[in-house]
Design a binder for this molecule. Structure first.
Ligand code: FA5
Length: 338
């Protein structure tokens, strides 16, 4: 029995010393120490020994078992240690590597111009107001002196939601909403998104306008001219030529369209100004008495002017872009230039 035991122990230790992985150690453990393993089986064989020999043999088997268990544990922990080191080596972080830069975002060119326009009027004492993009026919047309059968409704191709509800085609309805709530004196601009069934290189179905209006006792056309001239000089430079042309809007009388000297060719005539040397930049006029009546303002007491400008048009001129649709394609190669 002792010989067999020593033989088994030697064999187990030799196998253990050759084990090349944790799994091999676990197999050896099962082979020699498992429930039906070689060493526990020896304990069963002890029954055949004479009683005097049993105690000695039992002690020897337990010693061998303890020894082998100890060696197995050592081997296992040495493999575990190696595994840990390997993992640490592989997952090592090189803290000297530079970080990945997140490219800084920038303002969209339309937002930049919008902010610039707001800034100028804010400096002139104008308040900023907003109105809904989904608007009632009443505010978008009727209250602006455009009854249902008015031919000028065709000037703005409208997206209707139903007969009374539409996507606003301009920011002018904000005039009505503000005047319904407040009394003069008023100096207000209303920037926002507007929608029309329109699409080509100078028109998109969604674009931005800034509405502006001033109402008080004794406001005249010369106030309109003064404010808008100052605004355009601040936006395009003091030397920019400005021209007021008679025009028509149902909600203003008299009405004007305002042109600036073409910023691309300096007035010589080019593709952008279609050879005329001038570029239309905004619509304006003295607020029509019909509009004042819709908000119960006394037309004898108050007068005012209003204007509306297209932000994309201004952005095109300031940045020299000849296709308006580029603003809405979200191509980063385009947007990064601003
Ligand atoms: C108006 O929308 C009037 N509400 C402006 C106004 C306000 C006049 C107050 C008088 C008093 P108009 O339809 O011309 O007017 O549009 C104004 C500007 O919006 C145009 O000069 C143009 O720059 C811009 N615009 C019009 N349609 C489009 C479009 N589809 N895409 C981009 N810009 C457009």
């Amino acid at each position: 029995m002792t010989e067999k035991l020593n033989g088994l122990l030697k064999e187990a230790l030799s196998e253990l010393s050759k084990a090349s992985a944790k799994e091999a150690v676990l197999l050896i453990k099962a082979k020699y120490l498992g429930r039906k393993g070689e060493i526990p089986s020896l304990l069963k064989e002890m029954g055949a020994l004479p009683p005097e020999g049993r105690k000695q043999a039992g002690e020897a088997i337990n010693r061998a078992k303890d020894r082998l268990e100890e060696e197995v544990e050592k081997a296992l922990s040495s493999f575990q240690e190696r595994e840990k080191e390997e993992k640490l080596r592989k997952e090592r972080v090189d803290i000297t590597l530079p970080g990945r830069r997140i490219p800084p975002g920038g303002k969209h060119p339309v937002t930049q111009i919008m902010n610039e326009v707001e800034e100028i009027f804010y400096g002139l004492g104008f308040d900023i107001e907003e109105g809904p993009e989904v608007e009632l026919d009443y505010y978008n047309f009727e209250a602006l002196n455009l009854p249902k059968d008015h031919p000028a409704r065709d000037m703005q191709d409208t997206f209707y939601i139903n007969e009374e509800v539409l996507l606003r085609t301009h920011t002018s309805p904000v005039q009505i909403r503000v005047m319904e709530k407040k009394r003069p004196p008023l100096r207000v601009i209303a920037p926002g998104t507007v929608y029309r069934r329109d699409s080509d290189i100078t028109h998109t179905p969604m674009f931005h306008q800034v509405e502006g209006f001033m109402v008080d006792k004794g406001v005249t056309f010369s106030n309109l001219k003064g404010v808008l001239t100052l605004f355009l000089h601040k936006l395009f430079g003091e030397d920019t030529g400005i021209r007021f042309r008679p025009s028509f809007f149902p909600f203003t009388e008299p009405s004007a369209e305002i042109d600036i000297r073409c910023v691309i060719c300096g007035g010589k005539g080019c593709r952008v100004c279609k050879g005329s040397g001038w570029l239309e930049i905004l619509g304006a006029g003295m607020i029509h008495p019909g509009v004042f009546r819709a908000v119960n303002y006394d037309t004898e007491e108050y007068s005012g002017f209003a204007f509306g400008l297209g932000i994309e048009r201004i952005a095109m001129l300031k940045f020299g872009i000849d296709d308006l649709r580029l603003f809405f394609e979200n191509d980063l190669r385009f947007l990064r230039q601003f």
